[in-house]
Design a protein around this ligand. Structure first.
Ligand SMILES: Cc1cc2nc3c(=O)[nH]c(=O)nc-3n(C[C@H](O)[C@H](O)[C@H](O)COP(=O)(O)OP(=O)(O)OC[C@H]3O[C@@H](n4cnc5c(N)ncnc54)[C@H](O)[C@@H]3O)c2cc1C
Length: 391
């Protein structure tokens, strides 16, 4: 039987980063992924993920983000790939909306560089936006977006370079902690493996039988839309158009990205809180006309020239926790297993530092990062399958 120091189950955003960090520290790593590299059935596809700090009201998240930025830049140097594009970030809405008021508060409290913009200044700097007179903007110059598929591939590349054995199209069927207390056994259709530690990073499969996590996750379907701007993509290019969050009057909050995929690629937008309960097995991957029209109506209000033809739409999966904070720590029932899941629609930006934390926990049982907010034991109730707790 093949034995390893650490087995990483699930090689998406978090698992690829963990495999990289562990292998770079000299661990003998086996990585198991049920699908292909950087596939589009989980939570880490679609070309772009926002990275910004003013979203957060807890200092712990902001501290982690400082380290995440460093590690993303380090991964760029190691891989020679461009993974992080800084565009600045604009949140636009009424000043009393929690996203605007909370963004300002966190910027002031945590010393995050920012500016307040009035509607004229928003229009002058970023002509595609159409703020109403009672809206304001909070602009964060250090914000931008990550390229998720390239980032996952870069982490996997580094893991392999440091000797990790990465196997794709090989699902974990089950795992168990061995009675000796210091090893785990993992079973796949291709074999049985043992290791001192298991890192479990299953994404939206966290409620599946293979993960064995009885935690109150709620899996949800969300949609990403790509619209072709009327009049061309030039005003939407990354050197002049920021990542953004818009809160239209009486509408749904949505966020979006510059047009970074060339003249035919459009610009991507998505609702923050429009989602429907599902599982990875039951998700409807088709996107209906009504969903597209709902988004177009929101664009017509806030970004009128982006309300052109919808050229693509894709579904994706959120794994929400009841408090929307992550789950990172030792498995409640098995000290040999470390878990990272429940990233609640805002985890990608942290993946680089989550990889570091998982490597710390797997190798020594502790980490210098403050992860108290993410304790797997904080939930008193059992699994809440199919519930979207906050919508
Ligand atoms: C549409 C959308 C937009 C988002 N926007 C942002 C954003 O702007 N900024 C941000 O920070 N975050 C964002 N997020 C959230 C972020 O993308 C996720 O939190 C993050 O990608 C989750 O990473 P993960 O490793 O947990 O899951 P994944 O990357 O999905 O990885 C889990 C992996 O485990 C594998 N797996 C599962 N079970 C098994 C098994 N039994 N055996 C082997 N392999 C298995 C899966 O195939 C998958 O590859 C967004 C998410 C979505 C869906």
């Amino acid at each position: 039987m093949a034995t390893f120091d650490v087995i990483v189950a699930g090689l998406g955003a978090m698992g690829s980063a963990a495999a990289h960090q562990l292998a770079a520290r000299g661990q003998r790593v086996l990585g198991l992924e049920q699908y292909t590299e950087a596939h589009d059935r989980g939570s880490s596809h679609g070309g772009s993920r926002i990275i910004r700090m003013t979203l957060y009201k807890e200092r712990g998240y902001v501290r982690l983000l400082h380290r995440a930025f460093e590690l993303w830049r380090q991964l760029e140097r190691q891989s020679g790939e461009s993974l992080l594009t800084i565009t600045g970030g604009l949140a636009m809405g009424r000043p009393d909306h929690s996203v605007i008021a909370g963004g300002l508060r966190s910027a002031e409290e945590f010393g995050i560089a920012h500016e307040q913009l009035d509607p004229d200044e928003i229009r002058r700097r970023f002509p595609p936006f159409a703020p109403t007179p009672d809206m304001v903007g909070v602009y964060e110059p250090g914000a931008g977006f990550l390229h998720p598929e390239a980032a996952v591939r870069a982490s996997l590349g580094q893991a392999a370079r440091h000797g990790a054995d990465l196997r794709f199209n090989e699902p974990v069927l089950r795992w168990e902690a061995l009675p000796s207390g210091d090893r785990v056994r993992v079973v796949t259709p291709a074999g049985v493996y043992e290791a001192a530690r298991l890192v479990l990073t299953p994404g939206a499969w966290a409620l599946g039988a293979a993960a064995r996590l009885e935690l109150p996750f709620a899996i949800a379907r969300v949609v990403m839309f790509w619209f072709d701007p009327v009049g061309g993509t030039t005003p939407f290019l990354p050197d002049r158009f920021p990542i953004h969050v818009c809160i239209p009057h009486g509408g749904e909050r949505f966020y979006g990205f510059p047009a970074h995929d060339g003249p035919r690629g459009g610009a991507k937008v998505a609702f923050s809180l429009v989602m429907s309960p599902c599982t990875p097995e039951t998700i409807d991957r088709r996107v209906g006309d009504a969903e597209i029209e709902q988004m177009r109506a929101h664009l017509a209000q806030c970004l009128p020239t982006l309300a052109g033809p919808c050229i693509a739409a894709k579904t994706c999966l959120y794994t929400n926790t009841p408090d929307l904070n992550f789950v990172i720590g030792t498995h409640p029932a098995a000290p040999q297993c470390v878990v990272a899941a429940g990233f609640s629609g805002h985890g990608f930006k942290f993946a680089s530092v989550v990889g570091e934390i998982l490597a710390d926990l797997a190798m020594s049982g502790e980490t210098r990062h403050d992860i108290a907010l993410f304790a797997p034991t904080r939930f008193s109730t059992g699994a809440g399958r199919g519930v979207v707790p906050y919508v």
